[in-house]
Every structure is written in C-alpha cells, then in structure tokens.
Design a protein around this ligand. Structure first.
Ligand code: SF4
Length: 352
C-alpha cells in the first residue's frame, strides 16, 4: 500500500468541505479545434476535451492529473476563457461563462484568476514587482489612489513571503529567481481575493528544492482567503500531497475521480493504477509491481474507438483483448457507497 510519496513533502491539503454548492461546475464540456493534416492536406478536428463533468467546491483543491496531451490544460484554459468551449457549460458562482464576452466576462475576472506554469514567461521583465502586483487593481479600477494601491501591493508581497516588501517592490521581475517570480505571480493573482484560482503546473518549472515552499504558500492562501484551486498537474504525487480530490484525465475524458487516499491506495482504472505504480516511494520503489505504459497517448484527432485507453491498457491484454473494450465506450460510474469514487472501465464494479 502506498502511503507517502516522499518523506520530505508536507501534507498541504485543505479541508475539502464539499457540502455546499460548487463554485465551479463544468458540465458536459467539449473543446475541439482544427489542426492541419500532415503533408498539408486539409484539416482534422482534434477533440482535446471530450465530455467532461467536474465540480469544484468553495475552499477546495481539485487536482486534474494526466500526461501531456491528456486535455488537462485545455480544461483549465476553457475555465479561464482563454480558449472557447465547443459546447457545454462552465458555471462559475451561478453564471455560465461559456457565452460571456467583453464587459460581462471582465466583470467576473477579478474573482477568477490564474497562476501559470512558467514564471519567466508569465511576468513582464520590464515591469517592477510593484507594478506587476498592483496591475490587477489598476485594470479593475480598485483602490482609492496610487498610494492606497501601493499599500495593498506591499501587503500582498508580504503575504507571499517576499520580504522586505518595500525593497523587493522596486526591483524588476527579471532580477528575481524563479521561486521569487512565482511568488510575485501568486501575490498578483491573490491581490483581488478571488474565489477560484486555476493553477496550471505552478511548480513544475521550479527547482525541486523550491516546490514545497510554493505549495505551502498556496495552501496558506487557501486557508486565509478561502480560495478554491483547480490544480493542473502531470504529477500524481503532487496531487496526492496538495489536493482534496483528484480527477485523472486521459485523452480528454475523466477516467477516475476520488479522494487522494482512495486513488493512491485503491486505484481502480488501469491508467490510474499505472500512474500510481510509478510514484517514487522510498521504502517500496525498489520492489515490484511497476506498470510502465507502452506507447504514447494517441492523437486527439484519432481517438480510438470503444474504450480510448484500450491500445495501451495492461488489463485489456491480461483479459485476452475482450471485444467490448474495442467497441463500447465505458461510462464513468460510481464505485463506492461511502465516498465519491468513480471510474470508467468495463471491469470495475458499479455500486447498485
Ligand atoms: S474498459 Fe477495457 S480497455 Fe478500457 S480500461 Fe477497462 S479493461 Fe482497459
């Protein structure tokens, strides 16, 4: 049984209370785009997100986990309205974001912020730290004066652990380290006290030694401000450490969803089992039972028929390649009575 991804990683999960209405409800979301065919012959439709339903509750962290090409970043970008959904609804605090444009969209923006993967790209190197942090206040016309905004900016820097704040505020962002830049990005994202922050691989570009500090800061912000995170990551052990719930996505679909403890200790979908099996656990990693998936995730322009995972599925092969896996698309079904745990595989036992 896997109990801890690493001895040095802190548990920074939130309370995960979900007895309230979701702050974000993603309903039957599809994201498609056209891609040029090789050799320049016409275009194909890539389905990056293929009928996703997810709920994020106030103050909770929901991790969306998957390999590169799984569609996790497309879900995040659709929620942020950086890309258009092809169909479906994204209900944020009771309002469907999908049809919103211009002014209506700008009205919800302050409560819905994003932290990007690369702090070297997401911050303008020609801006000072103070200008970067107070920019959301300026854009949204918040604060009585420049002096007031500066005061709020200094408080945000302090909260983000950037001290002495007045000295750091005068520096340009290109003068800072990667960890400091990500703290500036977090300070800017939090200055408006949003309800939801979409964090797209927020520590993957940072040195391993800095990651725990950034996650602790994000956890501290969640506890202080009650912010909910949609936490996008390829790293299941990070999701285990940080999230209240995890949704595993494969080729645009959620294939398993549950609490971190259930997903890590009792994974049901063969894809989740493979991801769990390669989590480095000091006391067990040298032992057995690693499932290394063969092949690459298929192209979203050519999603395999039946169960989309069947070309790579170890269980499909173990079971003698049953025809149902090639012909029938398994639905995500609830597999636990006591908790929210669901999986999409013909061989999981659905609760009656
Ligand atoms: S339905 Fe078949 S191919 Fe799909 S995950 Fe289950 S065993 Fe594997």
């Amino acid at each position: 049984m896997v109990t801890e991804p690493s001895n040095e990683q802190p548990d920074v999960r939130g309370s995960g209370a979900n007895d309230r209405a979701p702050i974000v409800a993603i309903e039957d979301l599809f994201v498609e785009y056209k891609v040029k065919n090789p050799a320049g012959r016409g275009k194909s439709i890539a389905r990056a997100v293929d009928g996703v339903n997810l709920a994020l509750y106030p103050g909770e962290t929901l991790a969306i986990v998957g390999e590169s090409g799984s569609g996790k970043t497309s879900i995040a970008n659709a929620v942020m309205r950086l890309i258009d959904a092809s169909s479906g609804r994204i209900i944020f605090d009771g309002v469907d974001l999908v049809p919103l444009r211009g002014k209506e969209l700008r009205k919800v923006r302050p409560r819905l912020q994003m932290i990007f993967q690369d702090p070297f790209e997401s911050l303008d190197p020609r801006m000072t730290v103070m200008d970067t942090v107070v920019e959301p206040l300026v854009i949204n016309d918040i604060g009585d004066s420049d002096a007031h905004r500066r005061e709020l900016g200094l408080a945000a820097l302090q909260r983000a652990g950037l001290t002495p704040a007045d000295r750091i505020a005068r520096r340009f962002t290109h003068e800072l380290s990667g960890g400091q830049r990500q703290r500036v990005a977090i300070a800017a994202a939090m200055i408006l006290e949003p309800s939801v922050v979409v964090a797209d691989e927020p520590v993957s570009m940072l040195d391993v030694s800095l990651r725990a500090g950034i996650l602790r800061l994000m956890a501290d912000m969640r506890d202080r401000l009650g912010v909910a995170y949609l936490f996008i990551t390829h790293d299941l052990s990070l999701a285990w450490m940080f999230a209240d719930r995890i949704a595993v996505v494969y080729l645009g679909r959620v294939v398993e969803e549950g609490s971190p403890v259930e997903l890590i200790n009792n994974p049901q979908h063969p894809y989740t089992k493979a991801l769990v099996s390669v989590i480095p656990v000091p006391e067990t990693s040298a032992v057995t039972n690693r499932t290394v998936l063969t092949g690459e995730i298929p192209n979203p322009t050519a999603i395999p028929g039946g169960c989309r995972f069947h070309p790579r599925c170890p269980l499909y092969r173990e079971r003698g390649e049953p025809a149902g896996c090639r012909t029938d698309d398994p639905a995500l079904v609830q597999i636990s009575i006591e908790s929210v745990h669901s999986a999409a595989c013909h061989f999981v036992a659905k609760v009656p």
